[in-house]
Design a protein around this ligand. Structure first.
Ligand code: ADP
Length: 566
């Protein structure tokens, strides 16, 4: 096969370069980008930012809900100097399950405390309330007035006039967190007076906080729509186990924590993913991205290789076609020039010698036969390519066909110094074939045997009967065909890349036609060859004739070579 021109190779490389360079740059850029994400732990940072945002919202919500509960009871907390103050406070304690103690205090006056905690006897609750009262009076007698002023100022500015404080109380032998929220008592302006409620620790821990944490997490899940990584929250005292948690919390170390201030002072809000960690999510993202990128790169590389091969094939085909055109033109020009020269010489009467004249006529006939053979090959090939080749199948005596075809060549073959041997079995049956096509196949094979023989000039023709088929063998002792080329020589335009072949005229169509013809007859053609020793081409024709029409694939000339190596 001829080599591609450097300019064609360059064009191919430039074309591929236009795809390869941007694709490689894109992949390189993506790898660098992923590496920078890995180095800066960008995924982890983004998730942590999300967590921070989520926890800030959660704190606001919790505080807001607690303030709503306080607002609910605040109007019922009256100045202790009012006659119905104790009664009103008692009603709150009896009707609001979230309350453990309610109190009202005024400077220089008294303090009213009413208590009723879940799981505490009235006496225990009262004891706890009295402790609280002692603490508050001790504290407010000193700071109460200033405190009241400050809270009222906040209220006048439209802010929530609440101050939170936390206490630890005992329940069933366990210490529990109890938040207390103070507020200025409404409707009193002439003296400092403060009220407040202590939330029931068990209500807070078992009802309020789990509910609100779960609803926060449910909202978050609906927002993120990420089913793989469920976030979970819990609330705890620093270094202590959770006092409340969302249902997704599965233990372990929190990823992020936030110190709660308003509402639940002293507590920490903590967040993490259920069943995984932020680091694992970051690693999973990077792993998936690298895998996808690797997969894409492989696909791209495969695509490049396929494109390269495709374009390479196209370029080779274009080259083969142009070689074919120049080969055919050359093949046409040489005999035409000879015919013209000899005919002119004869016409001018410049060859008086009759034997010389005979030689000239002979050359003109031979050259015109060569031209006819070539043109027939080309016409047949173009018919096959266009799917228009038609065969005229008739019962034929193959012995007679082979002998008649060879008869017109026998003298010529021997003239060229060939030892010619013919072996024809006696029992060759009549076979249904296209006479002209089989004769053309035989001539192509014989011509090749002559063309590709050098010193050892031998041509053997064997017509043999085997099981169910007739074999027509054409044997030479010529240059032979390398093993790796044997399957390719039946492809259209293919010529072996060998200086001996290139110095011989040819179009690369002969064997392609022989194979088409063989297939059209339901048979095949095979080659056995040893370089330097010679070749044997065998055309196998089934005695039963072809079974069915040749396939359109064969007709359109799309199949591959079927060389059988020796
Ligand atoms: P061409 O017109 O080139 O002879 P063919 O299709 O008849 O085209 O043959 C294809 C190629 O197969 C040839 O170019 C030659 O390289 C190789 N070939 C065919 N027949 C022989 C043979 N008898 N000995 C050696 N090589 C052969």
């Amino acid at each position: 096969m001829s080599k591609r021109l450097p300019s064609e190779r360059l064009r191919l490389l430039v074309t591929l370069g236009f795809v390869v360079l941007p694709a490689t740059a894109l992949i390189g850029f993506s790898v660098l980008h992923l590496r920078s994400i890995q180095r800066d732990r960008a995924i982890e940072a983004a998730i942590q930012r999300d967590f921070q945002h989520m926890m800030a919202i959660s704190e606001k919500r919790i505080t807001h809900r607690m303030y709503e509960m306080v607002e609910d009871v605040r109007p019922g907390v009256k100045c202790p100097l009012k006659a119905d103050a104790a009664e009103s406070i008692e009603e709150i304690v009896n009707t609001k399950p979230f309350v453990a103690h309610v109190f009202s205090w005024t400077k220089g006056g008294e303090i009213i405390v009413r208590s009723r905690a879940k799981n505490l006897s009235p006496v225990e609750a009262q004891n706890e309330g009295e402790k609280l009262a002692t603490m508050i009076t001790g504290w407010f007698d000193i700071e109460g007035a200033a405190f009241d002023g400050k809270l009222r100022k906040m209220e006048s500015k439209g802010e929530s006039p609440y101050f939170s404080y936390s206490n630890i109380v005992m329940r069933n032998g366990k210490s529990m967190y109890e938040p207390i929220i103070f507020f200025p008592i409404q409707g009193v302006t002439n003296r400092p007076t403060l009220g407040g409620i202590a939330f029931d620790p068990e209500y807070l821990q078992n009802d309020f906080l789990p509910d609100i944490l779960n609803s926060l997490m449910a909202e978050n899940a609906a927002d993120t729509k990420d089913n793989h990584s469920h976030a979970a929250m819990m609330i705890h005292l620093p270094k202590d186990p959770p006092i409340a948690q969302s249902s997704e919390w599965d233990g372990g170390t929190p990823e992020m924590e936030r110190k709660l201030e308003a509402g639940l002072p002293g507590l920490m809000l903590a967040m993490k993913f259920r069943g995984t960690t932020v680091e694992a999510i970051g690693q999973r993202f990077l792993r998936t991205s690298f895998l996808v990128l690797g997969g894409l790169s492989l696909l791209l590389a495969a695509g490049m290789i396929l494109t390269y091969r495709g374009v390479q094939k196209e370029v080779e085909l274009a080259k083969i076609k142009s070689d074919f055109v120049s080969n055919v033109s050359h093949e046409l020009r040489t005999p035409l020039a000879l015919i013209r020269l000899y005919a002119e010489t004869l016409e001018l009467g410049r060859v008086p010698n009759p034997s010389k004249q005979h030689e000239y006529y002979c050359t003109i006939r031979k050259e015109s036969e060569r031209l006819t053979a070539l043109i027939n090959n080309i016409l047949d090939f173009s018919r096959i390519e266009a799917g228009r080749k038609e065969y005229d199948f008739r019962e034929t005596n193959l012995t007679e066909l082979v002998q008649t075809t060879l008869d017109s060549y026998r003298y010529q073959i021997e003239q060229q110094g060939f030892k010619f041997e013919e072996q024809i079995d006696n029992d060759i049956p009549a076979v249904v074939v296209d006479r002209e096509a089989i004769a053309r196949s035989l001539l192509n094979l014989v011509n090749n045997a002559i063309k590709y023989s050098t010193a050892d000039r031998y041509l053997g023709i064997n017509l043999l009967r085997t099981n169910g088929s007739v074999k027509l063998e054409v044997v030479d002792h010529g240059i032979g065909i390398p093993r790796e080329e044997q399957s390719k020589i039946f492809e259209k335009f293919y010529r072996v890349c060998d200086p001996l072949v290139h110095n011989t005229k040819g179009s690369g169509l002969g064997l392609c036609l022989v194979r088409h013809i063989a297939h059209a007859h339901g048979g095949d053609v095979a080659v056995e060859s040893t370089p330097g020793k010679g070749s044997k081409f065998t055309l196998v024709l089934p005695i039963a004739g072809r079974s069915g029409s040749p396939s359109p694939e064969l007709e359109s000339g799309a199949e591959k070579g079927v060389g059988v190596a020796s």
